[in-house]
Design a protein around this ligand. Sequence first.
Ligand SMILES: C=C(O[C@@H]1C=C(C(=O)O)C=C[C@H]1O)C(=O)O
Length: 381
Amino acid sequence: MNDMLKLRNEIDEVDKKLKELFEYRMDLVLKIAEYKKKNGIPVYDPAREEEKLSQLKNSLADKKNADAVVELFSQIMAISRRAQYAAINSADDLGFTAVDEFEAGDDTVIAYYGETGSFTEQAMLEYFDGKGKGIPMGTFEEVMEALKNNKADYGVLPIENSSTGTLSDIFDLLAEYDNYIIGEHVVAINHILWGLPDAELSDIKRVYSHRQGLLQCSNFLKKYPHWELVEGGSTAGAAKKVSMENDITQAAIASRRAGETYGLKILKPSIHNEEHNQTRFIIISNKRNYIRNAKRISICFVLPHKSGALYHMLSHFIHNNINLTKIESRPIKGQAFRYRFFIDFEGSLEDLEVKNALLSIKKEALEMKILGSYVPVPNSN
Ligand SMILES: C=C(O[C@@H]1C=C(C(=O)O)C=C[C@H]1O)C(=O)O
């Protein structure tokens, strides 16, 4: 027998013992689960886990294995928690209810950002298949308020553009309001420069649009440095303004639907920077419901201000084998250089792995909110 074979035989012996010990440990873990269930004790006990890890680390004969031991036992404890959640079965509730579908009929009221003809209205019409009664809202916040005050059943808001990135205001509003993401929809955005029926490109002195419209067409606008760019309202609102004010020197960047709705003329088509300009919209509700088995979840959390806090938080995703699709951070109002993290990941609120990760994060974070669970648009993020 050669040397390696001999060593491998020894490893086999060690693994056999480890396996037996692991099975023995899991039996103990399940007995503890029984006790916790009977006495209403939560599964996750971070103080106990912290104490165990430092004890194991400090008692090592050879400190070079310290990080490996922490990693190994963090995994073992995550596996143990998962087994306990399975045994106890939803004693710790995430507070969301699964439904088979979201109903939308002719009486359903949907608050959307912008005016008739806005891209958000288009997202609403496509998502709800033309059903429901859309009510336009002048600001993102008004959409949130309409849900809060039960003036609307659903809301539709833009959240991310393929060329300009996320709309940070929406993240702040999601953290602030008790409204939840129940769906998403992606719309191809084609920006057109619109003027009055008699206007020519050479007449233009001022261009109106939403901030996003101006940003997404920045390369085209750079060619006309003498134009005054005015941001405010939605793209459709800008088209309406140009039509109403009847000034030949004014133009708007807006969608085809908006320009046609307000009787304008195309001065220049397809002026956006990126050929495949797309915006992702979210559908929101004030109820904590989600489509059963929806495979995307969004959360946000605030961490204690200490080193390694984010690393530790992310380890809950790693140890539960959860794939993150997006991470963002936003400054917390009134707290200089402190951040709230926003994470999207794959999984269903019914998965034990997801439950394990979320309940652990909830326990460790200063605050944690599940922003919703929904069916993702393929390849949207
Ligand atoms: C097994 C328990 O449940 C969880 C798992 C732990 C472990 O695997 O050692 C420790 C603490 C708890 O988070 C326990 O409470 O002891």
